[in-house]
Design a protein around this ligand. Structure first.
Ligand code: PLP
Length: 305
């Protein structure tokens, strides 16, 4: 399945003589959107091949991956279990769901939840912890937090196609790095892939080098995290709202909003040569707007439109 590339017209792009297109992966599916669709594709096939009856995965309370897994389970005939960070959320589940659109929608798709302490959640990669979960939920196919594994990367290699060979630059948001690894694998040597982490930390460079030991046609832009994962400033909200008014394209505040802000800043600062042709990957995540807007409303701040 392929998504459309849409050209963006902004005065800045005209002035700098840079062409910008957005790959609308966000339109692939209403709930399994963007990179989630790509990450789940081969994993779902594998789970079927292995005769698994449910999908077990991990996430925070507003996770795009949790909702996508719940929707995929419903659509492809698997039960789903979400191991969610924060045991306090399990004290009164109906109250939690009433305040959290992500978990409510996941529950509507039939997902069951296990709310665990932050300490327990940290063991999510440990074999013994996963074994214990599988004893409680047998015949489950385990997907890691964020959905990144080798099969997910293989799926993300299908984001770019030969018709994207004309681009000189590709831009993509980064969380675990799985999506951008697939994109770099599929990119041409003459293309530069801009990696825009939604998190802050010095480990990111090392993680990228681990994920991408062979190709070096990528650049890490570490300064557009807006304070860290899930952190949102007024400047970011204003940017997302202005971009929507100018282009009719919604961006999410956790990943794609930060990536687009960073990319346009780089263009503004003349970091891209005249004549560059850029493809920004819209990796979806728009369901996350509701959760951030709830937080903004509590603080009487302007909302994302
Ligand atoms: C909307 C969106 N964009 C980008 C990413 C980053 O993907 P990855 O974790 O593969 O780096 C995520 C996280 O999965 C996401 O939900």
């Amino acid at each position: 399945m392929q998504s459309k590339n849409i050209q963006i017209h902004l005065p800045l792009l005209k002035e700098k003589e840079v062409e910008l297109f957005v790959k609308r992966e966000d339109l692939l599916h209403p709930f399994i959107s963007g990179n989630k669709f790509r990450k789940l594709k081969y994993n779902l096939q594998k789970a079927k091949e292995l005769g698994k009856t449910s999908l077990l995965t991990f996430g925070g309370a507003y996770s795009n991956h949790i909702l996508a897994t719940a929707a995929a389970g419903k659509e492809y005939g698997f039960g789903t279990l979400g191991v969610i960070r924060g045991e306090e959320l399990g004290e009164d589940v109906s109250k939690t769901l009433s305040k959290n659109a992500t978990l409510q929608k996941a529950a509507n798709f039939g997902m069951e939840f296990l709310f665990v302490s932050r300490a327990a959640y940290q063991q999510k990669h440990q074999e013994a912890y996963i074994k214990g979960l599988l004893e409680m939920y047998p015949n489950s196919y385990v997907l890691p937090e964020g959905g990144t594994n080798a099969l997910a990367i293989k799926g993300c290699e299908e984001i770019l196609t030969s018709s994207d060979d004309c681009f000189t630059h590709i831009a993509c948001a980064m969380g675990t790095g799985g999506t951008v690894t697939g994109i770099i694998n599929a990119s041409k040597k003459y293309q530069n892939v801009g990696v825009y982490p939604a998190l802050k930390g010095n480990w990111i460079q090392e993680e990228m080098l681990k994920l991408q030991p062979n190709k070096n046609n990528w650049t890490l832009f570490k300064e557009y995290h807006f304070g860290g994962y899930g952190k949102v400033t007024q400047e970011l909200v204003t940017f997302i709202n202005t971009f929507k008014q100018q282009t009719q394209i919604s961006l999410d505040p956790i990943y794609t909003g930060k990536m687009m802000y960073g990319l346009l800043k780089e263009i503004e600062q003349n970091q891209l040569k005249k004549g560059s042709k850029v493809l920004a990957i819209h990796t979806g995540g728009l369901q996350g707007i509701a959760g951030i807007n709830t937080r903004l409303a509590q603080k009487n701040k302007p909302l994302i439109i």
